[in-house]
Design a protein around this ligand. Structure first.
Ligand code: KG4
Ligand code: ZN
Length: 332
């Protein structure tokens, strides 16, 4: 079989286009919009305007890097949701236009499904069934994956997503949005045991990250009263300590999920999966029985490579969409 698919990801503030040839990613161009830094979070209106402005050049770059011509494509895929309405509409409209003009099948993709299957881009690959912990700016879930197209969610956050909490905490200590990657770097220079933060106990395999965010705010207020330079003087220790509490919460729930399900193959996905402390702690979990799989960083953040990989498996299973397919901004 000789299958070439183009995939478009535009669910939030990354405009990304990838080309896949069978199971091999030929190109994966990601443009992260910088403008949102000025506002401390993603502004939906600006995100969609930027997708519109840049998408043609990203498509051309993806084709050029893959050394593929538009008329060689066998299918076109796009992110259907969850995500921002205006942003999703840009990717969906472009994909539909390409499908219509080239007369090729259209494949719609669930963004979370794609974060899970990002684990099949690099080697080694997990075996079914496996557990996947999705950790991103919009989601925190534990899912059992039974095959390429079948999954059951067994735990999720009841309030903030992990990345959302990390970004809000970062903002409180003057780290620009999205703060996760910088907080991770600062944490490397700090003492993770310097400060202690309360962890919200949530039943079953669910999470809550809004409590720690509020506790962090009060911790800063109290200490700034005593010393107005508290943040500046303790930045690295603060980052290391708060990161440790958040990652520890995640690892504890993952251990509980492993025990409950008896599943030995563990994967992660989403932007927070590039966190060095999380990777470090996960690696320590692996042993004779447990096997851990972590996607390469370019496939952790929002990217079209993971959309393309998911589209490949949907194509093999004849799961096509049509021009009437609507985007779904909320969780599918
Ligand atoms: O998957 P993603 O690109 O977008 C969503 O689907 O939400 O994830 C973005 C999130 C942001 O919250 C960002 O701060 C976080 O991933 N992130 C990190 C790191 N790199 C990105 N969080 C912690 N440590 C990192 N190294
Ligand atoms: Zn994502």
């Amino acid at each position: 079989m000789n299958l070439i698919i183009m995939a478009i990801e535009s669910s939030c503030d990354e405009t990304s286009v990838a080309i896949i040839h069978n199971k091999k990613i030929l190109s994966n161009i990601i443009n992260s919009q910088k403008i949102h830094k000025n506002y401390g979070g993603v502004i939906p209106e600006l995100a969609s305007r930027n997708h519109q402005k840049i998408i043609i050049s990203i498509i051309n770059k993806a084709l050029k890097n893959a050394k593929i011509k538009l008329n060689q494509l066998n299918a076109i895929a796009f992110t259907r949701g969850p995500g921002l309405l205006g942003s999703l509409l840009i990717g969906a409209s472009f994909a539909k236009s390409i499908s219509l003009s080239l007369k090729i099948p259209l494949i719609s993709i669930n963004h979370i499904h794609a974060h899970i299957l990002s684990n099949f881009i690099n080697k080694p690959k997990p075996k079914f069934p496996f557990l996947c912990c999705i950790v991103s700016g919009g989601h925190t879930q534990i899912i059992i994956i039974r095959n390429y197209l079948c999954a059951n969610k067994i735990g999720e956050t009841k309030d903030d997503a992990i990345g959302e909490a990390i970004d809000k905490i970062s903002k409180l200590i003057n780290i620009n949005y999205p703060g996760g990657a910088i907080l991770d770097i600062y944490a490397k220079y700090g003492n993770k045991n310097k400060f202690k933060f309360p962890i919200t106990i949530v039943p079953r395999l669910n999470f809550s990250f809004s409590g720690i965010k509020t506790a962090f705010l009060y911790f800063l207020k109290k200490n700034k009263k005593k010393n107005k330079n508290f943040i500046k003087k303790n930045k690295f220790n603060i980052c290391a300590s708060i990161q440790e509490s958040i990652i520890e919460t995640l690892i504890n729930k993952l251990k509980k999920a492993i025990k409950q399900t008896n599943i030995k193959y563990i994967t992660i996905g989403g932007g927070v999966a590039s966190n060095s402390r999380l990777k470090n702690k996960l690696t320590k979990l692996s042993g004779n029985k447990i096997k851990i799989f972590i996607p390469n960083s370019q496939y952790c953040i929002d990217n079209a490579g993971m959309i393309a990989m998911t589209a490949y498996y949907k194509y093999l299973n004849n799961k096509f969409s049509n021009l009437k397919t609507c985007i779904v901004p909320k969780n599918l």
